[in-house]
Write a protein that binds this ligand. Sequence first.
Ligand code: DQA
Length: 148
Amino acid sequence: GKVLVIHGPNLNLLGTREPEIYGYETLADINDMLQKQAAADGVPADFFQSNHEGDIVDTIQQAPAKGYNFIILNAGAFTHYSIAIRDAIAAINVPVIEVHLSNVHAREEFRHKSVIAPVVMGQILGFGVDSYFAAMAVVLRKIKQRLN
Ligand code: DQA
């Protein structure tokens, strides 16, 4: 199996963006650690970041043809209102794990709703960068168990 990690808008600014909320690791740091975590189990991982909704929709649409078995997705603010991203997830047969660094439920009301939640396999949120590592751990276990 192989896994695709997608980061949505403003996550390219990690490390300097509201670090008291999102932490001091840069996106490159996080991707590097995720790549090593996956490689330790012999699983290839690819990474994509975009600030553009349509580019994220394109990337999700193309995931099955590119042979991805799982997607780890932090859709950023698109989580809360992008029906297009939700529909792209619903259109593919690749399971998606929704990730957030922050505990969105402890923040502003507008972050409490995830429009993608009904079409993802599950959500991991509130653990900072460990949200990503927990999601990758789930993916690696599922790949080993061939429950993908
Ligand atoms: C986020 C939470 C979103 O509400 C926010 O818009 C983000 C990051 C997180 O990882 O905590 O950009 O997805």
